[in-house]
Every structure is written in structure tokens, then in C-alpha cells.
Write a protein that binds this ligand. Sequence first.
Ligand code: NAD
Length: 477
Amino acid sequence: MTDYPAQLGLYIDGEWISGGGRDTHRLLNPATGEGQADLPLATIADLDRALAAAERGFAEWRKVAPEARAVILNRAAALIRERAEHIARVATMEQGKPFAEAKGEVLASAGLIEFHAAEGQRVYGRVLMRPPGMRSMVLHQPVGPVAAFCAWNFPALNVVRKVAPAIAAGCSIILKPSEETPGSAVEVMRCFQDAGLPGNIAQIVFGVPDQISRHLLASPVTKKLSFTGSVPVGKALMKLAADSVMRMTMELGGHSPVLVFDDCDLQKTLDTLVAHKFRNAGQVCVSPTRFHVQQGIYDRFVEGFAERTKKMSIGNGLDAASNMGPMANSRRPDAIAAMVEDARSIGARVLAGGGPGDGGGFFYQPTVIADVPLEAKAMNDEPFGPVALIRPFATDEDAVAEANRLPYGLAAYCFTENGRRQNMLSETVEAGMIAINQVRLTWPDAPFGGVKESGFGSEDGPEGVAAHMITKAVHIA
Ligand code: NAD
């Protein structure tokens, strides 16, 4: 086929599996639209084998000392660093993002594993004050085998976000990464395998998503659901998991507001926001999306945003000149085109982009739309693409009301030099993460997660490990 550099397979009980008459899924290169590999899909028997292995694995792994788990995690991180260029190439070829972005993602994944290696050794219980002869303790124990499902937009980091905290906490995990970006997951998993992680602790399967989630979540072996993806699929999985009152972590969609006030450093704000908006072609759950700009700087903001956007260079992510790649799959450009046309038809002004890109791949131009009416579809449903939607506002109250208008609550961005206003926004904007005068939200030691319909239960930070532990109170006379 092509020079796609990953050998795809299911990883079950320490064995790489493919062939055997299993159905396959044709993997496409989003920069060309061409097939580049065939991914084997798990059968029900494969899933049952993975469940049995996860149950056995958990029984052993929970007894392993946290510092011994950390040795393996740190080795896996070192291997990921060593193989970063290779894994990044796989990620770019299957997901489309520019190689430099992919490499940054892979290195961030290694950093996250190292954080969890240490954090797994910092799980503290409590001994409570009691009269002599009485002792009360609070213990934290690993919850058990985890079933995890994640999206394609960060094909390496999303995998690590699921696997690292689970195994640091002493759990086993069966992960179904996206069928559209399997190679990055496979290559990350090989690093865990080569680092000495027993094959029944972290396993990966691919298949028909609905069939896999129904089967894994119906099993009494599974004790926790962890999902990264859209709100509708998250809700469906929560219903399945409710039958066994399973623990859950839900990282769902977002529609991040950006509140830009008259007193911001305008040029710096524009430089920062344009680069961040088009990272991963806007296919980021925390992507800045609804730009609410105060009236005094509105015209200059719109003009500066469009001007910078027109200078972006779109192309194959393996080409060093590209600073934005294609969208990840053939559904995305059509979905974005429909949203742009809808906004245009009700009076919005398209100032940059607004159409498909050149070439055979899944390209859509970086697009800037001003004066977008609130009723436009894109102002209400998550676009998940390279589209900046800009509207003016008058007062602080208007800005906060608009930020909080939607049922999403993942990330929000604010640009203002006024400290009192920064505090007010930190208090009143409904989001799991707020960035003020900069755009970075992902740090290994900080919780990552949303509120409202964007989900609950954070990943990363001490919260990531804690989400894989149960709490037990013990009272002894
Ligand atoms: P999606 O929900 O359709 O798919 C996400 C993942 O879930 C894919 O791997 C898919 O195979 C899998 N999936 C789909 N249906 C499933 C089912 N019934 N059972 C089990 N797994 C299933 O979402 P998408 O459109 O492919 O991805 C983009 C969405 O993911 C956006 O809404 C985005 O905001 C969200 N996302 C959220 C975060 C976060 O951390 N909050 C991170 C990345 C992406």
C-alpha cells in the first residue's frame, strides 16, 4: 500500500493479534484520502479473552508496590521519548496534524507518564483521631479493571491519559482507541510492552465501537468506564454503565468561549489566539471557538484575526512548511462546510477561508467569520474544526452571560489586563478550565476536565490517579 510505518493489531493478554479471518477496517491517510493499512477488528471471543486477562492481571498488579509500577512507567516514558519521531510520523499519517505538533504531543505523553509514575507513589490514606483503644483509617484502593474509549484527535496523548493513571493506581485496563488512528496507540502500547508491563495489565482492542462498549460494559469484570469523545456518545455510554453503577470519568465535547476585553494587549492576544485556534485544524476539545470581543477593539480584532489567518499554510502534515494539516476524516470537512454555509445564509461575514482546501485529502481552509448571529448552528453545536466565530459584546455582564449560555463547560479563555476582572471571570465563568492572557491548559500536574455536559471526573494531576481508586473507611476497636 504505502509507507505507513506501523504494524497494526489487537493487543490481548500480551499477544499481538491480526488475521484469523477477522473483519478489517481500511485506514485512510487524511492528507491524501488513500488507503494505507488494514486494521483487524476484535471478535466477541477476543473481547472475552481480554476481559479474562484483565481480571487476572488486576489480581496480580494491585499487589505490586507502587515504586515497582513506577519503574515500568518510567521505562515506557523513556522508550516513547526515544521513539518520538517514529510515533509522531505514524500520528501525522493517520490523523493529519503537522509533524511538529505530533512530536510535541508524543513528548507530552512521555511527561504525563512520568508524572503518573510519581503520583502513583503519593496515594495517602488517613488515620483519624479516636479515643485510646479505637482506630479509624481511610484507605484508597485501586477500583479494578477499566474499560476505556478515546477519540482520534490526540492519538498518542489520549491513549496515555487513559492508560498511565490506571496502571499507576494499580488497575488493569482494556482500551479501545479510535479505529481512525490505531497506529499511534499500537506504538505507544509497544513501549509499555517493551518496558516490561505484563501483557494482561494494559490491552488494546479495535472493532465496531457500539458492539465493543456494550460487551465490555455489560461484563461484571469491568469496574470503571473512562471515555473521551462527544457528548451524545458519552450519554449513551453512561446509560450502559448505570446498570452496574460503575465508576465513570467523562471527558466530553466543548465549545470554548474566548472573552477579549478592550484593555487586553491586542497584538499579543491575536498572535496567541490565531496559532491556538488552528492547532490540529481546530479539532481539539478545548479549541477556542466563540470569540466574544468588546466593542472598543472589535473591528481591529476581526481585521487582525483575518489577516493572520490568511497567512497560514495548509498542506500535508509531513511537509515542514504546513502549519495546518487536513481534517482527520472525510466527515469533518462536510460538517464544517454546512456550518459555514448556515452562518453565511443568516448574515455572518466570512472574512477568511470558507471553503474546502486543495488536493485529494480532507482539507478545509482556516476560516474566520464575523458578526455571527447567535442562532447560527456553529454558535450552538461544537464545530470541532478550523472555524473562528466572532461577535461583539458591550459589558462584563454580557460577556459572562454569553460564555455561560451553552450546556458545554470544558474550557474558557479570557484576555484582560484588569486583575479585578480576572478574579471575577475566574469565579463566574462556568468551565472546568480557564486560561487568562495565555492559552495553555494542559499540564501533567493540573486536572483536565469539564463541567455541565462537558463531563465530570478529571484526568491528569493527582485527580487522574484518584479517579482510579475507591475509598474505604475502616474502624477497629
Ligand atoms: P465520538 O464520540 O463519535 O467518538 C469518540 C471515540 O469514541 C471514537 O474513538 C469512537 O470510535 C468512540 N465511540 C463512538 N461511539 C462509541 C460507542 N458507542 N461505544 C464506544 N466508543 C464509541 O466523537 P468524535 O466526533 O469522533 O470526536 C470528537 C469529540 O470528542 C468532540 O466532541 C470532542 O470535543 C470530544 N473530545 C473531548 C475531549 C475531552 O477531553 N473532553 C478530548 C478529545 C475529544
